[in-house]
Design a binder for this molecule. Structure first.
Ligand SMILES: C[S@@+](CC[C@H](N)C(=O)[O-])C[C@H]1O[C@@H](n2cnc3c(N)ncnc32)[C@H](O)[C@@H]1O
Length: 401
């Protein structure tokens, strides 16, 4: 990680800034910044998902490998830092902006103020991405952004999050941990490869281990798609049922099962609503509820997620999580284990859900959870994204009476 540049709102990997190139005929060649602007317009205007639209654009871009990596860094970084970039840009570019101009200005501000790209490398190359008539405006605004002071109006603007995400995270984790978590989720996601070749975030691998699946046990993953944890449970030798409500996602489970060399008898993929599961009561030694959640612990993984999640989502999802957990409990055999995990950091979806479960299941006992790098969190454990460079996750375990 390079030293912070002047006015830099957070951390980002150092910029590699290939120059815009022009063919001998004068027509523009494939250029990472042009592709980035195109992607940013689609994400902003059409509501496209960054992780879906960018690979398609890169595919037909003709860009070399190194330029593809640079375009990816620009798109994901500018998307994460959209609010910080707008704070710089909107001081100098007033009124309605054409979508391409706005995207280019954000991209320029990201390079100048987050990546710390020198002005001589960033400004003219970014100006070249907009139509000729807009070049004067983009050049003038970006030249002002270079030296603009950065007395941030709030941590939410500095770290580039909606106010509600910052406020709720600070309220639940305390200011120091919350700001560090949000800052760390402005970086790129990392994953590691399991022995079977499946690429998965390390925190998810620890959750799968914490299920404690033993050879020959019947284990249910009630919210299983795309099958990351379920395949790990099957690799441990358990007889796994991997169910999910969405048929299209269940086909991902089946594809991943094949990819890691598991047979259908080792892991059945089933379409089922976890609130109305087609399984007999007490049928499983262990049930994992890796519940749908707001994903506020895995924002590194989805650059645009923070702008999509609505403020009511955590409480709405918490109601679903409680119901799924209650239903899952009925499927655990006497003495069996129930495991609840979510990739979010908010109390509403973690400790509050666990407390509600304990309240309605007083005869269930709290089971061990992993220690360091996890920290105690209510009766379970929490892994902050800054602690081990993973997704942020919470985990709870109970034993049936
Ligand atoms: C966090 S993801 C699961 C990730 C998965 N366990 C893994 O490790 O790859 C949550 C999943 O819950 C599923 N889901 C949402 N509502 C559900 C319901 N009522 N019943 C079952 N699955 C549901 C979603 O389709 C989504 O695939």
């Amino acid at each position: 990680m390079s030293a912070p540049a002047k006015g830099r709102p957070g951390k980002a990997a150092p910029a590699k800034a290939p120059k815009a190139r022009t063919s001998s005929a004068g027509s523009p060649r494939p250029d990472a910044r042009r592709v980035a602007v195109d992607a940013l317009v689609r994400i902003d205007q059409d509501g496209a998902y960054a992780n879906l639209v960018l690979p398609k654009l890169l595919e037909r871009s003709g860009l070399a490998e190194r330029d593809r990596a640079f375009a990816t860094q620009l798109v994901y970084g500018t998307t994460r830092y959209r609010r910080s970039c707008d704070w710089f840009v909107e001081r100098f570019a007033l009124g309605d902006l054409d979508p391409v101009v706005r995207a280019a200005l954000r991209l320029g501000a990201y390079q100048l103020r987050v990546l710390g790209t020198p002005a001589h490398a960033a400004v003219s190359a970014t100006v070249d991405t907009v139509p000729r008539r807009a070049r004067g405006l983009v050049n003038a605004v970006l030249r002002k952004v270079v030296d603009a002071e950065d007395a941030w109006p709030s941590d939410a603007v500095r770290l580039s999050y909606p106010d509600w995400i910052l406020d709720r995270t600070v309220a639940d984790l305390g200011s120091t941990d919350a700001l560090a978590a949000l800052e760390s989720m402005n970086g790129a996601a990392s994953s590691s490869e399991r022995a079977d070749g499946y690429v998965q975030d390390q925190a998810s691998q620890w959750v799968a281990q914490a299920v404690g699946a033993q050879p020959g046990e019947r284990v249910l993953d009630l919210c299983a798609a795309p099958g990351g944890k379920a395949t790990a449970l099957a690799q441990a030798g358990a007889d796994v049922v991997a169910s999910d409500i969405r048929a299209s996602r269940v086909s991902l489970i089946a594809a991943n099962r094949e990819r890691v060399g598991l047979a259908p008898r080792q892991m059945q993929a089933v379409v089922a609503d976890g609130l109305h599961p087609p399984f007999a009561p007490g049928a499983f030694h262990r049930v994992l509820v890796d519940a749908p959640c707001s994903g506020l612990g895995s924002l590194r993984r989805r650059a645009d997620a923070r702008w999509r999640i609505d403020a009511a989502a955590p409480d709405r999802l918490a109601a679903l999580q409680r119901e799924l957990l209650d239903t899952a409990a009925s499927l655990v055999r006497p003495g069996g284990s129930l495991i609840y995990s979510v990739c979010t950091l908010l109390a509403a979806e973690t400790t509050d859900v666990a407390e509600a479960f304990a309240g309605t299941h007083p005869d269930w006992t709290v089971d061990d959870v992993p220690g360091d790098p996890w920290r105690p969190w209510g009766t379970g454990a929490l892994l902050l994204p800054q602690t081990a460079g993973t997704d942020g996750m919470a985990l709870f375990r109970w034993r049936a009476p």
